[in-house]
Design a protein around this ligand. Structure first.
Ligand SMILES: Cc1cc2nc3c(=O)[nH]c(=O)nc-3n(C[C@H](O)[C@H](O)[C@H](O)COP(=O)(O)O)c2cc1C
Ligand code: SF4
Ligand code: SF4
Length: 579
């Protein structure tokens, strides 16, 4: 038997997850129920890693499944993942149980993913039945964890999981054993008069605990409380004492697939969102909006440097122009805006994540303080930038020594007629212009947008070297993220914790489709197949631009045929351009 995704499911949650995972991975899933019922442990083989999907019972793997898996024979791939479905609690020590099963087989334990699903434990009085809305939400959200599992399995990557001590594992297992012995009597199960004698309950019981006598089910003593019988009866004829009488009988079938279409449609009509009216400064007052935190240095009338904190700054011209630029959005009466209008130069300083540094940024942002008031107790050091080195007689705003990186910029006032903008008159707190510019300079009575041409990027050597030579997670500077939202008391920011790499999708086109794009270029420069193979991972939409870049280089260097060697020079040239 060749299969990769194996599952046990009593009321359908785990089956739903296993099938979704199989679909994502383009693989088969196998329901273990027949094997469990018949004690069939014959070999299951897979060339790909195994994924075992199971519900969580009392924070543990169902004891009967643990026993079954211990005896099960596997062949082919040695890696094993687990997917747990739990009812909103946590999977406790199930990870350690899974690891023990795998290690005993001398296979490789690859971790688990925990998928929160509707709680199916109908026989427990204190567990309320989830509402239809909650169930539909959980089914939607389960996709995220399934996606996570699929991502790891497809790449055969280990999933990081919480470490569970042997003591925690032993205690959880002891609870599961206690629960089975004392808390799961099956004598309370009974069929009501609605029973039609179909035998479904008997056929879904993993422990063969139900017999049909005179067309009616009878429960024996070996029960895992899995809820398969009560959840799969087609006429909802099964009750557990009086505990389930008021409860809907849970089975995912009511909510998934064709059966669940009506419930889903009814609920999906109701939006899961509520609305919030955008008001002034909507990014701070009506949104949580992640942004950078920078201090912008500008020059005052007497040539001194003053600094103001900003978050509304973003790359603006990023390609296709003969220069690159940021867009800075600010209040037009701010010191920064006024200084930019007068002498156009600024430095965008990125300071490292530190609560003291952030506190100083917040202090510098107090509206209405004069540059003298702000800079009197300035907590950082200032030094000349690289523009000053190129032009010793010029006056430029200084760079903050503590910055991780700093970008020396000039306002491009030739755009949008912004050269006609004038500083505010003394005492005025907003402009009374007849005409504001659309996007550059003074754009409204209160606002300004500055297109800032990037002149020099200054960076601390370690970070620069990382960008030139290839960045790893540990190479990123710790930069804070401003969350936008502020109230009358606090300004909030997010501390840098760690960088998480996410693999880019690897989509190779064929050499013939790259060749097709290359042949459409009007040029005498030729490409070899091997050279085109080197750019087969470039998204199709970017291919013409990349190919044109190669041709341009070839023409400048008198090259008639681009082979692998030339392609490597072209790629290398792009990396070197940064240094
Ligand atoms: C006997 C039993 C014990 C359970 N114990 C837990 C638990 O400890 N924590 C939890 O989050 N969910 C628990 N649940 C809920 C199930 O793990 C969850 O609903 C699961 O998705 C059911 O999967 P299935 O529909 O594939 O059978 C328990 C359910 C049963 C029947
Ligand atoms: S009798 Fe017990 S083990 Fe069998 S299906 Fe019902 S709840 Fe599950
Ligand atoms: S599944 Fe329901 S209807 Fe069918 S035999 Fe069992 S109790 Fe009766």
């Amino acid at each position: 038997m060749f299969v990769m995704i194996l599952y046990f499911s009593a009321t359908g949650n785990t089956k739903y997850v296993a099938e979704m995972l199989a679909k994502k991975l383009g693989d088969e899933s196998l329901d273990l129920i027949k094997r469990i019922r018949s004690n069939d442990h014959s070999v299951i083989r897979s060339q790909k890693p195994f994924v075992i999907c199971t519900p969580i019972y009392v924070s543990y793997i169902p004891l009967f499944l643990e026993e079954f898996l211990r005896k099960q024979k596997f062949a082919g791939n040695r890696k094993v993942y687990f997917v747990f479905t739990s009812g909103g609690g946590h999977s406790g020590a199930a990870g350690a149980a899974a690891e023990n099963i795998v290690r005993r087989k001398k296979m490789l334990y690859m971790g688990y993913v925990d998928v929160k699903m509707p709680n199916n434990y109908m026989a427990l009085k204190f567990i309320p039945s989830p509402s239809d809305e909650k169930i539909i939400d959980m089914l939607k959200e389960s996709r995220i964890q399934v996606f996570r599992a699929a991502h790891a399995v497809a790449r055969e990557k280990r999933i990081r999981v919480r470490h569970i001590t042997q003591a925690e594992n032993a205690a959880t297992k002891a609870l599961a054993v206690f629960w089975k012995r004392f808390m799961q009597p099956s004598k309370d199960f009974h069929a009501t008069d609605k029973c039609i004698g179909c035998g479904k309950c008997a056929s879904v019981c993993p422990l063969n605990n139900i017999e049909l006598r005179d067309g009616r089910p009878v429960w024996n003593a070996s029960c895992a409380h899995c809820m398969a019988c009560i959840g799969n009866c087609p006429v909802e004829a099964i009750e557990y004492g009086s505990k389930t009488q008021e409860k809907p009988k849970y089975n995912i079938k009511k909510y998934s697939g064709k059966n669940g279409a009506a419930i889903r449609a009814a609920l999906e009509l109701k939006s899961g969102f509520t609305s919030l009216r955008p008001v002034d400064n909507f990014y701070q007052s009506s949104l949580f909006f992640p942004m950078p935190v920078v201090l912008v240095s500008t020059l005052t009338d007497d040539g001194k440097t003053t600094c103001g904190p900003y978050s509304l700054i973003a790359p603006f011209y990023v390609a296709g122009k003969d220069y690159y630029a940021f867009m800075l959005v600010c209040r037009n009466s701010s010191n920064t805006a006024q200084n930019l209008i007068k002498n156009k130069k600024c430095v965008v300083n990125f300071l490292p994540d530190d609560s003291g540094i952030f506190r100083e940024c917040v202090r510098l942002g107090w509206p209405g303080d004069t540059p003298e008031e702000k800079m009197k107790d300035f907590a950082f050091h200032l030094e000349e930038g690289h523009r000053k080195a190129d032009d010793p007689r010029g006056t430029y705003p200084k760079v903050i020594t503590e910055a991780v990186q700093a970008v020396e910029c000039t306002w491009v006032d030739t755009l949008d007629g912004a050269q006609n903008d004038i500083p505010l008159e003394d005492g005025a707190d907003h402009y009374e212009l007849e005409k504001y510019h659309d996007f550059n300079g003074i754009t409204s009575p209160y606002g300004a947008h500055f297109v800032l041409k990037i002149e020099k990027i200054l960076m601390k050597p370690g970070y620069r070297d990382a960008i030139v030579n290839g960045v790893k997670g540990a190479d990123f500077p710790p930069l804070p993220v401003d969350y936008g939202y502020r109230d009358s008391k606090n300004f909030w920011y997010h501390k840098h914790s760690k960088m998480i790499p996410e693999l880019l999708p690897q989509r190779q086109t064929t050499v013939s489709s790259v060749r097709y794009a290359a042949d459409r270029l009007q040029t005498d420069v030729r490409f070899t197949d091997e050279a085109l193979g080197k750019i087969a991972n470039v998204p199709r939409i970017f291919l013409p631009t990349v190919l044109k870049g190669c041709v341009k280089w070839a023409e400048e260097n008198n090259v008639k045929v681009i082979d692998v060697k030339e392609m490597e020079i072209i790629n290398d040239k792009r990396s070197k351009e940064k240094s």
